[in-house]
Each structure stands twice: as structure tokens, then as C-alpha cells.
Design a binder for this molecule. Structure first.
Ligand code: IMP
Ligand code: MG
Length: 204
């Protein structure tokens, strides 16, 4: 019934997925992203960095980060596929959308939502370095505590996070929850057995 408010979709539970405890609040994100922007502004004074965002997860972070950088910046985006529709890495990185701009001689900042294993980052760094930028640094909002990349390549980072699967602020599970203003742990309910019509449902 459309008029029944209790039937309104819950933005925190979609299908088997529930975005539960908040890992990083919207207020904390705002302050941290502002600080990262200020750091980049100071480090790149006199230059015009080119922000390269990795779609789709980094779009919200990059949008706020760009506004926190007080320099002329340019944007480009690329899309890679590494996770398919599950919460586990397929181990395969594929460029789904390539950059429009030429990186040669540019001061490139690669903007990522989360460095998990680091597989995607390692692939992207090699790929972008082959295009001869003047410099290449990485700015990741979230970095797993047990990532497998060389610490020295993580120039700018927002937060170190444990291994829970996270959603919100651009991050998704199966395309859900990207629009949450905070970052939350997602719980996945076990697959329900097919409805058995011989079992009467108990009143709630
Ligand atoms: P990596 O190649 O294992 O480092 O995986 C990096 C990519 O996996 C990220 O850019 C995300 O798109 C995705 N990813 C890894 N962990 C999470 C998570 O907790 N939530 C949402 N996406 C994730
Ligand atoms: Mg990503």
C-alpha cells in the first residue's frame, strides 16, 4: 500500500543487505577530507594537479576533495572492474572506461575509495606511470590495515580500516548504499529458503 508509511523502503536495508554500524560519520568524513584537501593544496602550490578518480566508488570522495583543494585542478575518471557483484575480489582488473586526457607531463593524483588487497592500485599505478606523468601520487579515502602494497606509495590517506565490508559515501555492495552520507559496515543475511506454503507465517 503506497499510503502506508510503514511500507516505505528502508534506506539502510535493501534485500539481504543491511548497512549497520557507522564506521566513519559524515561529520568526521567532512573534516578529514577537508584536511586532505589542505595538505594537497600546500604540497602542490604553484601547480595544477590532475585528479584521476576511479569510478564508481571514488566519485563522492573526489567531489568533496576537489572542493577542498584551493588550486586550479582538472578531473578525469577511469572505470575498472575487479569485484563483479560479490564482496570478494575476482583477482582480475579490467579497464572498463579509460581516461580522456593525456597524462604526459601532468602532476597526477590517483583518487581511490578503498585500497583493499591493493591489486587494483598496483595495476593502475603501473598503467598510469606508463603514460609518463610528471608525478603520480595516490590519495585513498580508506586503506585496509592488512593491505599488500608498498607503504611508500600511499601518499594521502583518510582512514585505516579493518576487514569489514564497508558501504556508503560512494562505496557499494552490489550497487547499493553508495548515497549514504557516512561509511557503514554491511551485514549480509543468509539466503532464505524458498517459501514453504505449508508453513503458516506467525503474526509479527
Ligand atoms: P583491491 O584491488 O583488493 O585493493 O580492491 C579495491 C577495490 O575493491 C576498491 O576500489 C573497491 O571498489 C572494492 N572494495 C574493496 N573493499 C570494499 C568494501 O569494503 N566496500 C566496497 N568496495 C570495496
Ligand atoms: Mg574502487
Amino acid at each position: 500500500m503506497a499510503s502506508d508509511p510503514s511500507a516505505a523502503p528502508d534506506p539502510l536495508t535493501v534485500g539481504r543487505y543491511t548497512a549497520s554500524s557507522v564506521m566513519v560519520s559524515a561529520a568526521d568524513l567532512k573534516a578529514r577530507v577537508q584536511a586532505l584537501g589542505e595538505e594537497i593544496t600546500a604540497d602542490y602550490a604553484g601547480r595544477e594537479p590532475l585528479l584521476v578518480g576511479v569510478l564508481k566508488g571514488a566519485f563522492m570522495f573526489m567531489s568533496d576533495l576537489a572542493r577542498a583543494i584551493d588550486l586550479p585542478v582538472e578531473f578525469d575518471f577511469m572505470a575498472v572492474s575487479s569485484y563483479g557483484h560479490s564482496t570478494r575480489s575476482s583477482g582480475v582488473v579490467r579497464i572498463v572506461k579509460d581516461l580522456d586526457l593525456d597524462l604526459a607531463g601532468r602532476d597526477v593524483i590517483l583518487v581511490e575509495d578503498i585500497i583493499d588487497s591493493g591489486l587494483t592500485l598496483n595495476y593502475l599505478r603501473r598503467n598510469l606511470l606508463a603514460r609518463n606523468p610528471a608525478s603520480l601520487e595516490v590519495c585513498a579515502l580508506l586503506v585496509r590495515e592488512n593491505h599488500k602494497v608498498d607503504e611508500s606509495i600511499l601518499r594521502y590517506e583518510g582512514y585505516r580500516v579493518p576487514s569489514d565490508f564497508l558501504v556508503g559515501y560512494g562505496l557499494d555492495v552490489d550497487e547499493k548504499f553508495r548515497n549514504l552520507p557516512d561509511i557503514r559496515i554491511v551485514d549480509v543475511a543468509p539466503e532464505e529458503p524458498a517459501d514453504d506454503p505449508t508453513v503458516a507465517s506467525s503474526p509479527a
